[in-house]
Design a protein around this ligand. Structure first.
Ligand SMILES: [Zn+2]
Length: 191
């Protein structure tokens, strides 16, 4: 019987679960993940995200979903993913997170990564990802370790980002004649 995927509540910073590290899934647990993967897909799409880790919906298991297609019709799941190779070349770009609504900050990531894991059916997969997909996977795999964008910022940027996030004075560059494009802080994909 087809069950309509559910929209799950997102865990939002400063929810302490976001700093928890997630557990590996066992072979026995994989069949139970099918429904969660569908629910996470719907939750990601409805929140205009391109990636979502299970911990962001309160499940501390090593599972993530992503879709970097233009049409947003190409959902993938990765189970027990790990980065096995990282390029030396890095790129800094604005990054958002569904657990930090409306916050977009420059984060440095490797431009290429090789990731190994299992797909939704439990089949081993190796992904050679570059550019935006590489960024998405590094961001989501960080979530599985209990790390967020905040852990990838230097102290000065982190303090500024937190002031902006909590709407405190001195937060963000938008208040002092910003170099950000108008409306940029409320658009862009969350991860
Ligand atoms: Zn995120």
């Amino acid at each position: 019987m087809f069950k309509k995927p559910k929209l799950l509540p997102l865990r939002i910073h400063p929810d302490p679960i976001l700093s928890q590290s997630s557990a590996e899934l066992t072979a026995d647990e994989l069949p139970q993940m099918r429904e969660l993967i569908a629910d996470m897909g719907r939750t990601m799409y409805e929140n205009e995200g391109c990636g979502l880790a299970a911990i962001q919906v309160g499940v501390a298991k090593r599972l993530l979903v992503y879709d970097v297609s233009e049409e947003q019709d190409d959902l993938h799941a990765l189970i027990n993913p790990r980065v096995v190779e990282t390029s030396k070349s890095c790129e800094t770009a604005d990054e958002g997170c569904l657990s930090f609504p409306n916050l977009f900050e420059p984060i440095e990531r490797a431009t290429k990564v090789r990731v190994e894991g299992l797909d939704a059916k439990g089949k081993p997969v190796t992904l050679d990802a570059e550019d935006f997909l590489a960024r998405v996977l590094q961001h989501e795999i960080d979530h599985l370790e209990g790390l967020t964008m905040l852990n990838r910022m230097d102290d000065a940027l982190r303090q500024q980002a937190l002031r902006e996030y909590f709407g405190l004075p001195g937060g963000g560059s938008s208040s002092n004649g910003s170099d950000k494009a108008p409306g940029k802080t409320s658009t862009g994909p969350g991860l």
